[in-house]
Design a protein around this ligand. Structure first.
Ligand code: NDP
Length: 231
């Protein structure tokens, strides 16, 4: 299958991000794969060597000036799908929650999606149906929190959910659909070895949800299997 569609993704060197690149490249998309450290992204580099339409770009998502510079670098490009995927999970329990780590996690997990959407608005508007995808987590669901703890990760994802809900409303007039996607509990460095699914299954499901995403669904919180996640 080939397509002329283009995606831009953050945190593309490992885990779910790398699998997104693999599957979208396989499906013929042009992929702008951004990573914090291009020199260390071995697997992504070998993927790019096999797929001419995969381009590696350097981006630390905590650097808002760098997000804006990348938008300028790609000023002529149409982006159909923007996937804000990079994320961190600093462990935190009552009594061991570091305030600097907490603030940094807000920067990476919460602010990034907003600044990416803002910086790439023009690129997304050129698409027949622009889509902004935020990789969130069920751990950010207030309704689902039955075990407490994990103050940093939970709060940064809950805040992300609210940011993305506002983005969905604000981007509607620009014909850009926005979604909050939960990938399942996935076996990655973050998810650990006990995760319930592998990256292939997660991303195959996520791609199906992204494919079917319309403006009518914009702002919804959806799992990789298409099921709604409670807020
Ligand atoms: P991994 O820990 O395996 O990968 C995280 C990715 O984010 C890496 O590519 C990492 O790059 C990148 N990253 C972290 N900080 C930055 C930064 N400042 N700038 C650029 N890139 C950065 O995570 P997963 O693949 O498992 O998770 C992907 C997304 O899915 C995350 O948003 C996560 O919260 C979410 N998620 C994951 C779940 C799971 O079970 N795995 C469950 C629910 C949600 P580097 O190698 O440079 O550190």
């Amino acid at each position: 299958m080939t397509t002329s569609q283009t995606i831009l993704i953050t945190g593309a060197n490992r885990g779910i991000g790398l699998e997104y690149v693999r599957q979208y490249a396989q499906a013929g998309y042009t992929v702008y794969a951004t990573v914090r450290d291009v020199a260390r992204a071995d697997e992504l580099q070998s993927l790019a060597a096999r797929h001419a339409q995969v381009q590696l770009l350097s981006l630390d998502v905590a650097d808002i000036a760098a997000i804006r510079a990348l938008s300028t670098q790609l000023s002529e490009v149409t982006i159909d799908i923007l996937i804000s995927n990079a994320g961190i999970y600093p462990p935190s329990r009552l009594g061991t929650t570091d305030p600097q780590e907490w603030l940094h996690a807000f920067q990476v997990n919460t602010l990034t999606t907003y600044y990416l959407a803002e910086a790439f608005l023009t690129h997304l508007q050129r698409a027949a149906q622009g889509k902004v995808i935020a990789m969130t987590s069920k751990m950010g669901s207030i309704a689902d929190n039955g075990s407490g703890g994990e103050y940093i990760y939970r709060s940064t994802k809950t805040a992300l959910n609210m940011v993305v809900k506002s983005l969905a409303l604000d981007l509607q007039p620009f014909n850009i659909a926005v979604a909050l996607l939960h990938p399942g509990w996935v076996r990655t460095d973050m998810g650990g070895p006990n995760g319930l699914i592998n990256t292939e299954t997660s991303v195959a499901g996520l791609r199906k949800v992204i494919d079917g995403l319309s403006l009518a669904q914009s702002g919804e919180f959806i799992a990789y299997d298409g099921k709604p996640v409670p807020w």
